[in-house]
Design a protein around this ligand. Sequence first.
Ligand code: XMP
Length: 479
Amino acid sequence: MKILPDLALTYDDVLIVPQYSDVPSRRKLSTQTKLTQKIKLEAPIVSANMDTVTESDMAIAMAREGGIGIIHRFMSINEQVHQIARVKKAESFVVENPLTLTVLHTVGDVKKIVEETYTGGILILDGGQRLVGIVTTRDLLFENDDSKPLSEIMTKEVVTAPRDTTLEQAEKILHEHRVEKLPLVDKDGKLAGLITMKDIMKISEFPKATKDERGRLAVGAAVGVKPSELKRVERLLEAGADCIVVDIAHGDSKLEIDTIKQIRKAFASAQIIGGNVATAEGTQRLIEAGCDAVKVGVGPGSICITRVVAGAGVPQLTAVINCAAVARPQNIPVIADGGIRASGDVVKALAAGASTVMIGSLLAGTDESPGLLMTRKGHRYKVSRGMASLQANVARKVREGEGDITQEEIEEYVSEGVEAAVPYRGSAREMLSQLIGGLQSGMSYTNAHTVDELYEKAVFVRMTEVGLIESRPHDVDVM
Ligand code: XMP
């Protein structure tokens, strides 16, 4: 046995000392950072791979705001692939398989499709898949004869563009011709996709969005360490996952290191994130195994009971400082995972050397997390639960079609996470805006113009519990 000489600290043990600042406008400060060696983010926030936090809706919201979401792994491979595909389709400006009918269909057919899908315009093809017309809701306005063939009512002069039309070219054509829809056709006149004004406008609404090289929203996916997980990795990468998070509770382990090595060997260009670790030595081992980023945090999460059950862990600020000290000189970003309760914790995590923070429960309370919004005693809330909780593991079995958990399995299961109600917090966008606004304020107090400068310039001061009391609203009744 030995005892380390230094006291380990966490976010509430410290404050960042204010420094002379020449920042003119904190809201304009860049919060650009890196998730992995290759993936850049405008917002250093990652949504946790938890089944009460990140599925496709959350991942879409996160990427649109400049962060990224990691789809959890407590589902079948097919389902996880489907979740990735949904994110990848969300912001694509080309609809790959637009709704179509043929000239032989009738007014009745098109009315039914419009009603069912709320689509404003249906493309009409001939027998050889060539585009020959379009029927919009305007064409249907005074059309009472449902048996009339579409060839009699469709607009035949359709403005089209070639298959490889860029976003800028499409915008110009749509504007010039004052049309809402631009079908893409190949050289034989066959339909090859559709660009709509609505989709283009949606893209310009999110200028900070995290995108892949094909202009699609970026998203990550978590995998485990069983040998069969290599198949999962392959399918996820095929579906377009931008990074793979090899995520287990004790990442400084042979199982984790062997899995990372296997993935690196089989998929040389994949961006791999390994974790979780809490020591410099563990970080170094994951880097040597081939990681592009390291996830740090053993036990700091809001729903974790690892430290209670196993007695193991390292207070999070010290863990981040020690791991970043090893990773940063090797250009490997650190993700500070767990324990973020407010924007001040984000500032402290990045000042300690992390490049991003991963957030669970704060985001579990937003609209985009999976699960229902509930009301109890007049308060609205959602559920957050640890992935090592009994509840999450029962849900996983059912979801993967393995049937209900047996009484014996319940009795044997050693839970390292709890299930909890978290207050409803509005949209993920609002939450991110608060976190980023707070981060920018923290940067301005430190005279940091970039996230890297925050690390270089920050000076922490330790405080007593009395200091912590003084740091929060006190001696008042907060309304
Ligand atoms: P927050 O504090 O943001 O933390 O809710 C989210 C992180 O907690 C970790 N996590 C767990 N840790 N038992 C644990 O010890 C669990 O059951 C568990 N589930 C999630 C995980 O790192 C997550 O990102």
